[in-house]
Design a protein around this ligand. Structure first.
Ligand SMILES: [Zn+2]
Length: 109
C-alpha cells in the first residue's frame, strides 16, 4: 500500500530541506556586499533549483541571467525599451530576455 503513495516520507523530507536551503541562500544573497561571494552563492542557488526542480523566487528572477547565471547589474547588461517592452541583453553571453508586452503580446488570444 505504501507504494501507491507517490510522495514518500523521504521525498517529502528532501523537498522540505531543499526549500529551507533555498530560502537561506536567498537571504544570503540579499545581505552580502562582496560581489565574488555573491556570485558563488548565486551559482549554488541555480544548481539547487535545477537539482530539486524549484522555482527561482521572483525577487531574483530578473537579477540572474538564465543562461550563464551571472548576477546582472548596470555594468554587464544592456537595457533597451522597444515597442513598450523591456529588452535586457547579458553582455557576458549575449542572452536576450524580453519583459512586458510588445508586438507579439496579443497573439495568444
Ligand atoms: Zn548571461
Amino acid at each position: 500500500m505504501s507504494r501507491m503513495n507517490s510522495s514518500s516520507k523521504a521525498k517529502r523530507y528532501r523537498r522540505s530541506t531543499a526549500n529551507l536551503n533555498q530560502t537561506e541562500l536567498v537571504e544570503l544573497i540579499s545581505t552580502i556586499n562582496d560581489l565574488e561571494f555573491k556570485q558563488t552563492v548565486a551559482n549554488k542557488l541555480v544548481d539547487l533549483n535545477r537539482k530539486h526542480r524549484l522555482k527561482m523566487p521572483k525577487s531574483l528572477q530578473a537579477q540572474i541571467c538564465h543562461k550563464c547565471s551571472i548576477i546582472t547589474n548596470s555594468s554587464n547588461t544592456r537595457v533597451r525599451v522597444k515597442n513598450g517592452m523591456i529588452i535586457k541583453t547579458c553582455l557576458a553571453c549575449n542572452h536576450i530576455r524580453r519583459y512586458g508586452k510588445g508586438p507579439k503580446f496579443n497573439r495568444g488570444n
